[in-house]
Design a protein around this ligand. Sequence first.
Ligand code: JFZ
Length: 428
Amino acid sequence: MNRSIVEQRTERTQWFLHDRFGMFIHWGLYAIPARDEWVRSQEKMTLEDYQVYFDEFNPDLYDPRAWARIAKQAGMKYAVMTAKHHDGFCLFDSQLTDYKSTNTQAKRDLVREFLDAFRAEGLKVGLYYSLLDWRHPDYPAYGDLHHPMRDNPEFERDPATFDRYLDYMHGQVRELLTDYGMLDIMWFDFSYEHLQGKAWRANELMEMIRSLQPQIIVDNRLEASGSIGGSIYSNDPSFYSGDFASPEQIIPPRGVVNEAGESIPWEACITLNNHWSYSSSDQVYKTARMIIRKLVECVSKNGNLLLNVGPNARGEIPDKSKAILEEIGSWIRRNSDSVYGCGEAGIEKPEWGRYTKRGDKLYAHLFEENVGAINLLGLAGRIKKARLLADGSEVLIGHPWNTALYSNDAFLSLSRPEHYTFPLPDEI
Ligand code: JFZ
């Protein structure tokens, strides 16, 4: 195993593993059709068809300071925004293309404003950057997403042509890492089939990233496609294997470990409704209660949660998303000690919920109502005292009702009925 790669990764990811909860922001021209960030591909639009969105783009209500306040009050500690998605549109003032927000009616560098606003609220900042680019003339099958050979591994690309795209792509990454101050996360997306690792000139790219911003943490998608693949899982991770795994729309049932069974940093990214980008018709949102439980689930498996919002064409986070984030925030305010800096408890998952742990403090997250005392199986004699985290009140540690059968177990007497009632779980 290449120790130094793993050791450096461990060092760089300290803050990340502590912070646990971040905001993902998918925003771009596709907020206007408001169907999906893949809309151009899904609906077989030509570049001309899609041009209307560039011509119309004018997010007059974009106020990233408001976004930052929403993220902060929800308990999010960092945020990652799309600097460029697969459509190739740049939300920053790249010198390498005209296809950028500063050339729209907005005339603003949306990335710079995002970074300034979130940093001002004390959040860490990251940028999503698409490796795919459906608009760049030197990206395979330029302009024609439905070229029959487009994603065929047999497709002989002219290496010189593709190299020009890679120069562009590397150049933009250099711009982002040179002109926008210190960044905390670089979130590449994604590798597939023959376009993976070396095909992106990933060694050279990582050399540049590390020389410009040694502290930055990078996801695993220079090698991986979403949830699958990449040498970050192996015992011999490559130089560009990344600092964390990025399972998408799933919370890994057993957390994420490498071949040697060691926990590796990971971050599940999930949507609030069923779209990454703004969708005017998709009103099927997850509840705050579910998201809180999913956050706790991630932490209980040593992982992070990157929760997505899709601002609309005028630059606003949808009201429904805001309301859910507010509800999450009101839980976090009282229960943050059981999230930040916490991880796996090393105790079998209890049937009523989940444990998280930090140092010698164990947090019991009650997801289910209980009849009688809460059993802490195997913890007899190991608990000095118990408190309800949300209000600081004392919880009595009881005795097993059948000492023969339950001599190894501790019991918490949660006698007051309000502690059994939900909308939201409370922690002990
Ligand atoms: C990717 C993007 O395509 C998507 O638009 C969004 O940004 C998400 C966070 O990341 O989603 C993927 C990437 C790869 C696969 C599936 C979805 N894949 O390889 O199956």
